[in-house]
Design a protein around this ligand. Structure first.
Ligand code: IYR
Length: 221
């Protein structure tokens, strides 16, 4: 195996007060993000989505395999097909598959099998993970830490969309294999998550929820 080549990092340390201000400002910005289910049909600027995807593509990944694919859907007919397939899965989820305990946990969110946002929102981003991929010679290579890598890239994407002034929803109709068929994605790709992207309606409401305080999510040893 050939060794890689290396270049200087060019890391620019920041003065401590600037670090403190940036960390606080970034936290304030991210804490304003909410999962949105009420979308207007107003279209999103394509170059904004493209740059948010570039930001997602900078995520670290196992052996730098970048085992992700983002399928961006704005075509109304395709969105309609996705809604129909997703609602079919969701009806089975809410009426049979979900345990009582799961339904109870979801009750505060007010969700049900009805997913009009899949058609109304201007943009859906289906995120696929690649458990293996082929090189330019057609050789198959396994990817590593695929779930971790795609989860990190998805987190970058959600933060980038929020930073750009767009709302999104992490939607996971389960199972989601129908996305491969509708979007023409190959067998080595598994749907990871469906992101609904757009602008909230003026009347959009969100559930009143709280986030755990630092003392509950971190220990300092
Ligand atoms: N996928 C279903 C159910 C659902 C599951 C979880 I975990 C949520 O946080 C929210 C919903 C739906 O989208 O309705």
């Amino acid at each position: 195996m050939a060794a890689g080549s290396f270049a200087p990092l060019n890391f620019q340390p920041l003065p401590t007060p600037e670090m403190q201000a940036r960390a606080a400002a970034f936290y304030q910005q991210l804490r304003g993000r909410r999962s949105v289910r009420d979308y207007s049909s107003r279209g999103v600027p394509p170059e904004v989505i493209e740059n948010c995807l570039r930001a997602a593509g900078t995520a670290p990944s196992g052996a730098n395999r970048q085992p992700w694919h983002f399928a961006v859907v704005t075509d109304p007919t395709v969105k309609q097909r996705i809604r129909e397939a997703a609602e079919e899965e969701e009806r089975a989820f809410y009426s049979q598959r979900a345990s009582e305990e799961w339904l109870e946990a979801l009750a505060p969110l007010g969700t049900d099998a009805h997913k009009p946002f899949l058609e109304i929102a201007p943009c859906l981003i289906a995120i696929f993970s690649q458990s293996y991929q082929f090189d330019s010679l057609g050789q198959k290579h396994l990817n590593y830490y695929v779930t971790e890598s795609v989860g990190i890239a998805t987190g970058f994407l959600i933060a980038a969309l929020h930073n750009a002034g767009l709302a999104c929803l992490t939607h996971t109709p389960s199972p989601m294999r129908f996305l491969n068929e509708i979007l023409g994605r190959p067998h080595n790709e598994r749907p990871f998550l469906l992101l609904v992207v757009g602008y909230p309606t003026d009347e959009a409401q969100v559930p009143v929820i709280t986030k755990k305080p630092l003392s509950d999510i971190a220990t300092f040893i």
